[in-house]
Design a protein around this ligand. Structure first.
Ligand code: AMP
Length: 142
């Protein structure tokens, strides 16, 4: 299965915040939208940035805690690894596991068309596995 099919199921909406948003705003957006990452599409620093729960944990652990004053663009990851619609779930899972992140924005012709999390992909894999097991059971008992 490909990322295009995963996005067809979950939708293409991506939660974004502006580069000048405070860390507090980004945290509130993640909480309100029930997501673990926000994208920052309008930064002058890089074409697209990403800021995730992990970045909040790192900041807190480092004592970097002025969340109201600090901007997202000052703490986001700028060198974002992206996927494309034709990528398979296994390729995307391999990339995310190897690079140790759980969010993959999906671009097509240079445009952002969605974002998949490792949770989205594991859910689809589990559904696929259950369907295969069901088909095998039906085959064996028929
Ligand atoms: P995550 O596991 O997705 O919460 O992210 C772990 C770290 O990797 C954080 O510092 C994120 O900003 C960064 N990160 C998350 N997704 C990506 C991505 N697709 N490309 C580059 N860095 C990422």
């Amino acid at each position: 299965m490909k990322l295009s099919e995963v996005l067809a199921g979950k939708g293409r909406r991506v939660v974004t915040v502006s580069a000048k948003s405070s860390i507090t705003d980004a945290i509130r957006t993640m909480q309100a939208e029930k997501v673990g990452a926000v994208l920052v599409p309008d930064s002058g620093e890089c074409p697209v940035g990403i800021f995730t729960e992990r970045d909040v944990v790192r900041m807190h652990a480092d004592g970097d805690r002025d969340f109201d004053a600090l901007t997202v663009e000052s703490r986001m990851t700028c060198s974002v690894v992206v996927g494309k619609l034709s990528m398979t779930i296994d390729e995307a899972l391999g990339l995310m596991t190897q690079r140790r992140f759980r969010h993959l924005p999906v671009l097509e012709d240079g445009k952002l068309v969605g974002l998949v999390s490792i949770g989205d992909l594991v859910k689809v894999k589990l559904e696929e596995t259950a369907q295969e097991a069901q088909a095998l059971r039906a085959y064996i008992t028929s």
